[in-house]
Design a binder for this molecule. Structure first.
Ligand SMILES: Cc1cc2nc3c(=O)[nH]c(=O)nc-3n(C[C@H](O)[C@H](O)[C@H](O)COP(=O)(O)OP(=O)(O)OC[C@H]3O[C@@H](n4cnc5c(N)ncnc54)[C@H](O)[C@@H]3O)c2cc1C
Ligand SMILES: NC(=O)c1ccc[n+]([C@@H]2O[C@H](COP(=O)([O-])OP(=O)(O)OC[C@H]3O[C@@H](n4cnc5c(N)ncnc54)[C@H](O)[C@@H]3O)[C@@H](O)[C@H]2O)c1
Length: 468
């Protein structure tokens, strides 16, 4: 039995940063990881691999150059799956090495094996070909993440049927692809494959894309995705799947509308499930929600006070960004370190579709539902000099201000660098800033960020004319 102040189960962003935060405070920390590599979904199968593939597909397809030179650049026909995956593997390797270095530098002990709780303070680590280890922790941090949900109608053992983990192991690029699920993962992958010139059909149960977005931006994104060649099938699901043994014979899907779709490959991205199975949480009285996610209270404490849970395993918002901060907060709470014990009230969302979309704060629909008077200001990138220079003709920034106080309430961006640009508005909201901030700030010229000033002027015009 080895004694620690904190035993962390899982080495994704939540596990890594929870462990480091505790180690920085002088605590003895162990991280248990069941995979042979560190980094979880963010480093290995999710965030970084998918973002790297996005850049690769933009590069291989020459898509970025199209707006600039009006040339019809198409995918180099000899592009192979190894071209496609080359940089993804490099980025992944570098991130794994960074995490190992970070944990080592802070004196965190890494134990490879599958962790489960045998009692309230003891984590058993099951290791292949080696005896079990028992680690005692004054506190336990559950950071076991999530895995793709696999609806039973799909034969995932067929090499042409993928979930979002397996798509990173594809043996060849599809000649056509059906993506099931128009959530963030489905939209991002649909764009990447469509950018490569592959015919993509996106099947989404809901009548619209990403309903948490401002309606205007959800519709704009759908338009841009259609312009990229993606066939949208809203309000539908897949009822029947026929996968012939011969891989040259197309897969046959029957949609709920009765439409038949023939496709080379299928990517199923219809949600994820929390990794709680076999952890022994229920046996200890830790409450789980309807989808297996761990229920937590303030400070990410579970119903067993010295067991904390953070990241994807607790469900929404299930982002790498929020997982890291939740973990830092949980450690602050557990050890009473005096730092922040709750998340910021406004979180940013970055969606790496083509084009990118990002938002923070309120949507127009949200403000209307709450009866908050507002004024909107828009700045299309086509009228922004930097937008002209880089050929970003479809992007837009929209700002939502309180109609009386002029406090910034929401920021929405679609286009190049959207997930970076949103941070200006995010910080403005977190500091309670008003339209004056943008009117009085001198921005670099020419930049996309300047759009903040243009959108603010537009909002002031609306105020003057009594429009929204
Ligand atoms: C395709 C895709 C793209 C994404 N893109 C973004 C993005 O752009 N931005 C963003 O912020 N988020 C993104 N996400 C979400 C992000 O990856 C997750 O929110 C984040 O990885 C969650 O971190 P975590 O530490 O909670 O869990 P994970 O990263 O899943 O890590 C959990 C770790 O726990 C280990 N583990 C599980 N059970 C055990 C056990 N019993 N014993 C030992 N170890 C165990 C797992 O092996 C894993 O290493 C994306 C996700 C996907 C799938
Ligand atoms: N850029 C980012 O921040 C980013 C990128 C990727 C993933 N993620 C995170 O990963 C998590 C999981 O993403 P996800 O896209 O798998 O899940 P999701 O729950 O966000 O989306 C699943 C989508 O599939 C649809 N769906 C469900 N069943 C269906 C069916 N039978 N037929 C057709 N459509 C169906 C749902 O309506 C939904 O739109 C998200 O919570 C997200 O936070 C974040």
């Amino acid at each position: 039995m080895v004694d620690f102040d904190l035993v962390v189960i899982g080495s994704g962003p939540a596990g890594e940063w929870g462990a480091v935060q505790a180690a920085l405070a002088g605590k003895r920390v162990a991280v248990v990881e069941r995979e042979p590599v560190l980094g979880g979904t963010a480093a290995n199968t999710g965030t970084l691999p998918s973002k790297t593939l996005r850049e690769t597909s933009l590069h291989l397809s020459g898509l970025k150059a199209r707006g600039l030179y009006s040339v019809e650049t198409t995918l180099r026909h000899e592009a192979t799956v190894s071209d496609f995956l080359f940089r993804e593997r490099r980025v992944k390797d570098m991130e794994r090495a960074r995490i190992a270095g970070n944990l080592e530098r802070h004196g965190v002990q890494v134990v490879l094996g599958t962790g489960s709780l045998v009692d309230e303070h003891t984590v058993r680590v099951t290791r292949q070909g080696q005896p079990d280890l028992h680690l005692k922790g004054a506190f336990i941090l559950v950071a076991t993440g999530s895995t793709p949900f696999r609806p039973p109608i799909y034969p995932f053992d067929d090499p042409r049927v993928h979930d979002s983990d397996e798509v990173l192991e594809i043996g060849r690029l599809p000649t056509s692809l059906v993506v099931v699920g128009g959530g963030v993962i489905g939209c991002e992958y649909a764009c990447m494959f469509a950018a490569l010139g592959i015919p993509v059909t996106l099947v989404e149960l809901r009548p619209e894309l990403l309903p948490f977005l401002d309606d205007e931006f959800s519709a704009l994104l759908a338009q841009r995705m259609e312009a990229l060649g993606i066939r949208m099938r809203f309000g539908q699901s897949v009822e029947k799947v026929e996968v012939p043994a011969a891989c040259e014979t197309p897969i046959h899907l029957t949609l709920s509308s009765g439409e038949e779709v023939a496709t080379d490959q299928v990517l199923v991205a219809s949600g994820r499930s929390a990794n709680t199975e076999g952890l022994g949480l229920c046996e200890l009285g830790v409450k789980l929600g309807s989808r297996g996610q761990v229920e937590v209270g303030p400070g990410y404490q579970t119903s067993v006070p010295h067991i904390y849970a953070v990241g994807d395993v607790i469900g929404f918002p299930a982002l790498a960004s929020t997982s890291m901060d939740q973990a830092r907060i949980a450690v602050e709470h557990a050890f009473g370190l005096g730092g922040p014990t709750r998340m910021p009230t406004i979180l940013p969302y970055g969606i790496y579709t083509i084009p990118e979309v990002s938002m923070a704060g309120e949507t127009e629909e949200g403000l209307r539902a709450k009866g908050i008077p507002y004024v909107a200001g828009r700045a299309p990138f086509s009228t922004n000099p930097r937008g002209q220079i880089i050929g970003e003709m479809c992007g837009m920034l929209k700002l939502l201000f309180h109609r009386e106080s002029l406090k910034l309430l929401g920021v929405h961006v679609l286009g190049e660098q959207a997930s970076e640009l949103v941070h200006v508005g995010l910080v403005a909201m977190l500091t309670g800033s008003t339209a004056r901030l943008f009117l009085e700030t001198c921005f670099n010229y020419p930049t996309l960020t300047e759009a903040y000033k243009a959108a603010t002027f537009d909002a002031m015009d609306h105020l003057k004319h009594g429009t929204v």
